[in-house]
Design a protein around this ligand. Structure first.
Ligand SMILES: Nc1nc2c(ncn2[C@@H]2O[C@H](COP(=O)(O)OP(=O)(O)O)[C@@H](O)[C@H]2O)c(=O)[nH]1
Ligand SMILES: [Mg+2]
Length: 306
């Protein structure tokens, strides 16, 4: 199990790793540990979408480590870089879902197309595998196709989906899903939401209202406000975090489509700049392709080490 998670992570990060490793090969002269080397290293990290601000912090820490321990040569510098990155994306817990509620509510938010609906079902599948009794709420009522999509994925995951007609009030769907969870003895409520941004103000209002309705039913709900972001959009993810944060208390990030992008450095930027922990990563389109985020594996895979 562990090995297959590692293999998937490594496979998923292939393009990002190639960008970084090729960058190291092509642009960096490790024979002299000087300012030029540090600047080139920073440029490669920015290329992999770590963001300028985050790459600067990483390089500041790296400079210090190299100086303190008088490190020499490629191997020592890259080992130090690995340690620095692990400090930025720490393996210090806090990446588990908060399931303290009775039932617990996990709300998935994010802009259109990032992978909310599919990730809600993948998460439901994963929770079910772990012995939970999840239920899905189709609170993206904007399009009938969106509701049907969740129903289809719910079937794949073997998890019930609560739905209303398209166009109905998403808060009412959330309310009904909570009550269905109680009636059916489910312990985790997963709420899929809309993400259309051309009505941004309405969307944020709608999300706030859902939060109010759910909190009235279960104190502390939503227990998880999961921001779903698409890794291929790179730095845009940061703006999305700021935007959704105004409406929903965000407790975690679920980063989709890490497979097939060379922008995997965004994971580091998100954590460093928003302070929100990445809890899950999407590495493909199958129901099993959502993984808990394991930072040590991620950093190793990113740098192509071991
Ligand atoms: N390759 C890949 N595709 C994904 C991943 N997550 C979601 N998708 C695809 O992204 C598309 C949009 O997903 P959807 O859940 O409908 O997004 P929503 O609009 O946020 O609900 C679908 O085709 C998904 O299969 C992922 O981790 N990897
Ligand atoms: Mg959707």
């Amino acid at each position: 199990m562990t090995d297959s998670l590692w293999t998937r992570m490594k496979e998923g990060l292939k393009r990002t790793r190639e960008r970084i490793a090729d960058g190291f090969e092509a642009y960096i002269d490790f024979s002299a540990i000087d300012e030029e080397m540090f600047e080139d290293l920073e440029a490669v990290l920015v290329q992999a979408d770590m963001g300028v601000q985050t790459a600067e912090r990483v390089l500041a820490d790296l400079r210090e480590a190299v100086k303190a321990d008088n490190l020499q040569g490629k191997e020592e510098v890259l080992a130090a870089l690995e340690r620095v990155l692990q400090g930025v994306v720490p393996d210090d817990g806090g990446r588990e879902l908060n399931l303290d509620g009775d039932p617990s509510v996990v709300m998935l938010v994010g802009v259109n197309g990032v992978g909310k609906t599919t990730s809600a079902a993948k998460l439901a599948w994963r929770l079910k595998e772990a012995g939970h009794r999840p239920i899905l709420g189709a609170a993206d009522t904007f399009r009938a196709a969106g509701i049907e999509q969740l129903e289809l994925w719910g079937e794949r995951a073997g998890v019930d989906v609560i739905r209303h007609a398209s166009g109905s009030d998403p808060a009412a769907v959330a309310y009904d899903t909570i009550n269905a969870a109680r009636a059916r003895d489910c312990d985790v409520v997963l709420i899929d939401t809309a993400g259309r941004l051309h009505t941004r103000k309405n969307l944020m209002e709608e999300l706030r209202k859902m939060c109010r309705v759910m909190e009235r039913e279960i104190p502390g709900a939503p227990h998880e406000g999961m921001l779903v972001v698409d890794a291929t959009t790179g730095q845009n993810a940061l703006r999305q975090a700021e935007m959704f944060r105004e409406a929903v208390p965000l407790t975690g990030v679920l980063l989709t489509k890490l497979d097939g992008t060379a922008k995997g450095g965004i994971v580091v930027a998100i954590e460093e700049q928003t302070g929100i922990k990445v809890k899950y990563v999407g590495l493909g389109e199958q129901v099993q392709d959502l993984q808990p985020f394991r930072p040590a594996d991620f950093v190793r895979a990113l740098l192509g080490r071991r």
